[in-house]
Design a protein around this ligand. Structure first.
Ligand SMILES: C[S@@+](CC[C@H](N)C(=O)[O-])C[C@H]1O[C@@H](n2cnc3c(N)ncnc32)[C@H](O)[C@@H]1O
Length: 217
């Protein structure tokens, strides 16, 4: 945690909640992905502080202006992204399918001071992404693991040259390892993509779109 601001205060509160939820989450993950999914409306399932900081750095240092998040939950990763977007003067759209979480997401984003800056979309990412203005500079994919490839394929043609797709939970939990292996295999076959797994948090796959030759150095 780094920010001595309203955003920092909300992130600290959410990190405390996440720590309280951790024992139950570990139990559910050990039982299987469907148990975690059934309990998801009341759990944060956040990316954690290391990935939060990575997202913030990617947007801030990459001067990203058009940022999309798929799977906003109650706003933990949203606030890390929004804090950076406030600095680049860009815009952030977050998509969340669960109505109860959308209400909480809205409250947390407002408490963090980003109400006017974050567009919160309630619904299925597969229906919302095609309606968004693009190209996107940074996209976070962090919703149900069996949908990652579907959403990656929607996002990729809308990604700016040099843009990056970040996918969470590549290395954990074990319950979704098969789906994550399929995702990594998929993105590494895409022409014009450079993709690496970073062992941060639960593991992230960073997939970067090549610049056009004339934009490279
Ligand atoms: C792992 S949580 C997101 C955690 C969040 N990124 C964070 O770090 O705080 C996944 C979220 O994706 C949402 N979700 C699942 N399927 C979705 C879909 N098709 N479109 C949008 N959101 C979806 C779930 O309701 C859940 O809140």
């Amino acid at each position: 945690m780094v920010m001595a601001t309203d955003a920092g205060r909300v992130l600290a509160r959410l990190e405390e909640r996440s720590a309280r939820e951790r024992p139950e989450l570990d139990t559910l993950n050990a039982q299987g992905a469907r148990y975690t999914r059934a309990a998801a409306p009341r759990l944060m399932l956040d990316v954690g502080p290391d990935v939060g900081r990575l997202l913030n750095t990617l947007v801030r240092r990459g001067r990203a202006r058009r940022v999309v998040e798929i799977g906003g939950s109650v706003g933990y990763s949203t606030i890390w992204l929004a804090d950076a977007v406030a600095d680049t003067g860009g815009s952030l759209v977050t998509i969340e399918a669960d109505a109860g979480k959308v209400a909480e997401l809205r409250r947390n984003v407002a408490d963090a001071g980003f109400a006017g800056m974050v567009r919160i979309e309630h619904g299925d990412a597969a229906e919302i992404v095609p309606e968004l203005p693009y190209p996107f500079d940074v996209v976070l994919i962090d919703h149900w693991k069996d949908l990652y490839i579907r959403e990656f394929d929607l996002v990729w043609p809308r990604l700016a040259a040099g843009g990056v797709v970040v996918a969470d939970n590549i290395l954990e939990p074990e319950a979704t390892a098969e789906q994550m292996r399929a995702y990594v295999e998929h993105v590494r076959k895409v022409p014009g993509a450079c993709s690496h797994t970073l062992p941060l948090g639960a593991g992230v796959e960073l997939t970067i779109r090549d610049h056009a030759p004339e934009e490279s150095w």
